[in-house]
Design a protein around this ligand. Structure first.
Ligand code: NAG
Ligand code: NAG
Ligand code: NAG
Ligand code: NAG
Ligand code: ZN
Length: 960
């Protein structure tokens, strides 16, 4: 029992510290009693009647940016940036021990975990002590400090949960972060605030908000507020504070080896003695800051990027600053300085009797000055953004398969953690945001690739044998560039499609094949499935990096894919006696000047013969004018010497003027290169320029039109940067320039042209100041709601509606399509029922999503169920719904089910958030105070997500 060697702690705390320190391996001791030595109990006392100055020592450690994650961790490549996270943690742990008054917060778990794994037991003991006494506190606690604009909510929840569960497993309750700390991301989303509220956080702080918003808030003393983050009323409330100086120390008070500010010199015999002057400067700053805040408490961020590599420099000077500033109280000073943390600051504010302003919209877009709107990164590095989105889908499937392998007692050859960590890092605010250096994005891609390889091993492990033979040699295809060795070269192969949704879905599958052949596709019952061959466009065939001889794709409908399960199709290249072949696409003759029309049972698409552009879409017998084309804005070539000379760049979108130029092969028309028709799929191929082409596509049975474009590499030989947009023009006239965008792919928020909901806005950049992040959809509709045009996206992009009836999305290039995999195995054309696999016994209702199914390290399972409709979105589907957990696990009995908060790191019943008051009453308050579920039934309110930890045992009675 090495764990009880905890000598150097004050006796009054002894008992509780022991409880908080129990290590998972120590066994026998239960940790049900909550430690009261960390958290709010460990805060230093404040002084009533004084302005309490909370000094928060912190470091901001980017999980990759100018250097890679490992270069930052180890401190290599100092020529790029002097930054080494390992030294920061070494040094801080040392300096915290020197003086129990000192505090430190640590944020990024990707770094902390790397450090923790390299420490010996005695250092770990020291750290456990510091954590259990609240001297070292984890804040935020996700794997990284994620971006909020270009991230999908599924990935935010995953990356937060990854860090939070490791913290709980390592430090128990004292390791649980109470405060969210998004000090650097470039704008803040409402869904992110909702996620924090559901993860039990008591508050959120950030640094960046629009310059006009900040100015107005400082004048009105509304820098701190209650953010109502969803339609769930007070359940979704989150106390939110804006930092005064981003996350930097007061100018002149950066006590870091990276800075050159003067230390506090208190030897009166020295000529350099400066205590009086330094204290006066500091208190003057505190005075100014306190004038912008509503209470007698202010928070000062004492740190910056990769600070505290030599923590002594900071602490030695802050120790003195605190001492000498507080001595002035005897002379009438109103200021009281103390070491603090964001939690202690929030606890102080919570003790103030006050009603806080209520915030309901979000903090996008972020303009740091009149000409710097941070809306370019919504689109920067679109290929990486797409890879991250595909990675997200794969990770969800991979976790599900890993769970199924675990409960069926089979071995998983892959390690899911590799993908979890790679995806966790990818959510960082300089990763998926596209604002990192080239070498760094390559490092992120390499990490994702390693994760994908592990997930493919998991997929291979979970393949059922077909016709009694194990599929030893599963191969995976690069469908992003229409390339697949197996299907291009084999006469027979099996295509296995995995459905990670908890209900049946139909999905069109496209498999690259060598041209000029014919194929037959069989479903698991041996029934022939309709299939069609369609040529791959020359632009896709010429994609850089593509090594493929495929010239056609074989298209078929994978119908009724089982919920959380897979279905296999058998494909055989033609031999003459086959009953039914794939259909060949018919190529329409192109008559100059004549309109081109393609039609399915559901949709008719017309392309104008003169302009070559999409001109109308007919649905349900009604023809709608819909035009679509590519244009580009020239980027502003500024020298950044002043705000009005700001250049367009990775973060900032600043077009030169408001006009976008059409992109057409000739001055008048896009060129239609081909029109293909057939029973399953119809396509019109457009060619705009050597770097812009598009396929307009419709499938049988589907009511939407797919626009599949290839854009890039963007030519810049004319020295003009280009912001390429896809613009859709409709006849729908919204009122007040209103349009709607998603928040991290979940909620939908109303936007208004040239206006902000919560502050007075001066339009200075008419285009980029109206851009918003799009992760799933953007729509416009007429005031009576009879007509609506929606654009769905497959990755994060920036978008807007600048003129009535118009939707524009900033694209760059489009590369990939579906995920599926093939295997080269000969097979009789008889039934092979083993080709169907389903993990859950009943599909979930249409409005419920099984957001997460994953295996926990202790053999239990974590699931999240989500209501995917918001209040009032649909007459029926927006109603509360009840789901039975029993249906999810066929052949198993649930022996225990415990509800946790969203991060899975604390039981729901143990979660008590601070209560706040707001003068404006939150209108929609369909709050449920307590759940009245009859286990194992779970009821869900609109937009609610509920998280459970389940234990299962095989139930033989249920097996048949
Ligand atoms: C948190 O960690 C403790 C041990 O440190 C463990 O007993 C508890 O089950 C964990 N809670 C959750 C919700 O995982
Ligand atoms: C308080 O004021 C007196 C008289 O002005 C001065 O001598 C003394 O140094 C001051 N003390 C502090 C701590 O500033
Ligand atoms: C396609 O995907 C592979 C594997 O994920 C990746 O290495 C490759 O760069 C992608 N191709 C393109 C053109 O983006
Ligand atoms: C803006 O566009 C005009 C017209 O093409 C050009 O002359 C000017 O140099 C551009 N300015 C910047 C800063 O890019
Ligand atoms: Zn940062």
């Amino acid at each position: 029992m090495d764990r009880l060697v905890v000598a150097s702690i004050s006796s009054s705390l002894m008992l509780l510290v022991v409880a908080g320190l129990v290590h998972p391996s120590s066994g026998g001791i239960t940790t049900t009693s909550r430690s009261t030595s960390c958290g709010y109990q460990s805060c230093h006392a404040t002084k009533p009647g004084f302005i309490n100055v909370h000094l928060v020592p912190h470091t901001h450690d980017d999980v990759g940016w100018l250097k890679t994650v490992d270069q930052y961790y180890y401190g290599s490549r100092t020529g790029i940036q002097k930054a080494g996270v390992q030294y920061i943690l070494d040094s801080v742990v040392e300096e915290l021990q020197a003086n129990p008054e000192r505090r430190f917060i640590y944020v990024e778990m990707a770094f902390f975990w790397q450090w923790w794994e390299e420490q010996d037991e005695s250092t770990r003991d020291v750290v456990r002590d510091l954590v259990s006494q609240g001297r070292l506190e984890f804040i935020n606690g996700g794997w990284c400090m994620n971006d909020e604009a270009t991230t999908h909510y599924v990935d935010i929840i995953d990356q937060m949960s990854l860090g939070l569960s490791l913290l709980n497993d390592t430090f128990g309750e004292c390791g649980r972060p109470r405060i969210a700390w998004q000090i650097d991301p470039f704008g803040h989303s409402r869904e992110q605030a909702f996620i924090f509220s559901q993860m039990g956080y008591d508050g959120l702080f950030f640094g960046r908000l629009d310059h006009e918003d900040k100015k107005q808030r400082m004048a009105a003393k509304t820098m701190e507020m209650v953010w109502s983050s969803s339609s769930l009323g007070q359940t979704g409330w989150l106390f939110t504070g804006v930092n005064y100086n981003l996350y930097q120390p007061p100018p002149g008070f950066c006590f870091d080896i990276l800075c050159s500010d003067s230390p506090v010199i208190d030897n009166p015999k020295s000529k350099e003695y400066n205590v009086d002057q330094r204290v006066t400067e500091f208190l003057n700053y505190c005075q100014r800051q306190s004038e912008a805040y509503a209470t007698d408490h202010i928070l000062l961020t004492m740190g910056g990027d990769f600070t505290y590599q030599d923590a002594n420099v900071w602490y030695k000077n802050m120790d003195k600053l605190i001492k000498y500033a507080n001595e002035r109280q005897t002379n009438g000073s109103r200021f009281n300085l103390l070491y603090s943390t964001p939690s202690c600051y929030v606890k102080s504010l919570n003790g103030v009797k006050k009603s806080w302003p209520l915030k309901t919209d979000d903090f996008f877009p972020y303009g740091s000055d009149a000409h710097s709107y941070w809306t370019g990164y919504f689109t920067s590095r679109p290929a990486f953004k797409y890879m991250v989105r595909q990675g997200s889908n794969l990770l969800q499937a991979c976790k599900q398969m890993d769970s199924a392998l675990s409960w069926s007692g089979s071995t998983n050859q892959g390690d899911v953690n590799v993908m979890k960590r790679a995806m966790g890092i990818a959510q960082h605010h300089d990763a998926v945001s596209g604002t990192e250096k080239q070498a760094v994005v390559q490092d992120y891609q390499g990490r994702l690739h390693e994760g994908v390889v592990e997930c493919q091993k998991t997929q291979a492990s979970s393949q059922l044998p077909i016709l009694g033979r194990p599929l030893a040699d599963v191969k995976f295809c690069q469908l992003n560039v229409s390339q697949c060795d197996v299907s291009e070269t084999s006469g027979r192969f099996v295509v296995n499609i995995y459905n990670s949704l908890a209900r049946h879905v139909d999905k069109y599958v496209r498999i690259p094949v060598a041209g000029g052949e014919s194929y037959q596709v069989l479903d698991p019952d041996g029934k022939v499935v309709d299939s069609q061959l369609i040529p791959i466009s020359p632009q896709v065939q010429a994609l850089p990096g593509r090594k493929s001889s495929a010239t056609e794709e074989l298209v078929f409908l994978a119908a009724q894919l089982p919920p959380i399960g897979s279905k296999s199709y058998y494909v055989e290249r033609d031999s003459k006696h086959r009953r039914r072949h794939s259909f060949k696409s018919k190529s329409q003759r192109l008559v100059p000047g004549e309109d081109h029309i393609i039609t399915t049972d559901k949709v008719k698409v017309r392309v104008d013969g003169t302009t070559g552009l999409l001109s109308s879409v007919t649905v349900n017998g009604e023809e709608y004018f819909v035009q679509q084309e590519f244009l580009w804005y020239p980027g502003y070539n500024g020298d950044n010497e002043s705000a009005d000379r700001r250049s367009s760049g990775a973060y900032i979108f600043r077009p030169n003027g408001t006009d976008a130029f059409p992109m057409r092969r000739t001055m008048t028309a896009a060129i239609i290169t081909a029109v293909y028709t057939g029973p399953l799929v119809q396509e019109i191929h457009q060619f705009y320029d050597s770097w812009v082409s598009q396929v307009i596509r419709i499938y049988r049975g589907q009511e939407h039109v797919e626009l599949d474009w290839v854009v890039g590499p963007v030519p810049v030989s004319d020295k003009i940067g280009k912001e390429v947009i896809s613009r859709v023009t409709t006849t729908i006239l919204q009122s007040d320039g209103t349009f709607y965008t998603d928040s991290n792919g979940r909620q939908t928020l109303r936007r208004e042209l040239d206006a902000r909901e919560s502050y007075t806005y001066t339009p200075t950049e008419p285009v980029s100041g109206n851009y918003y992040p799009i992760n799933s959809h953007l729509f416009i509709r007429d005031p009576v709601g009879e007509q609506q045009a929606t654009v769905l996206v497959d990755r994060s992009q920036g978008g807007s509606s600048l003129i009535g009836g118009l939707i524009e999305l900033m694209v760059h290039r489009r590369l990939l399509r579906d995920d599926s995999f093939g295997v080269d195995e000969p097979l009789d054309e008889t039934a092979f029922q083993q080709g169907l696999q389903q993990l859950i016994s009943r599909e979930l209702p249409e409005n419920v999503n099984l957001l997460t199914l994953e295996n926990r390290s202790d053999g239990s399972y974590l699931i999240r169920l989500e209501h995917i409709y918001d209040v009032g979105e649909d007459k029926v589907l927006s109603l509360p719904v009840t789901v039975s957990l029993k249906d999810l696990f066929p052949g198993f009995a649930i022996t225990s089910a415990e509800e946790t908060i969203l991060g899975g790191n604390q039981l729901k019943k143990d979660s008590q958030r601070l209560v706040w008051h707001s003068s404006s009453s939150d209108k929609q308050t369909n709050v449920r105070s307590s759940h009245s579920d009859e286990f194992p039934d779970v009821d869900l309110q609109p937009m609610e997500i509920r998280t459970f930890i389940l234990n299962l045992v095989r139930d033989n009675r249920l097996d048949k």
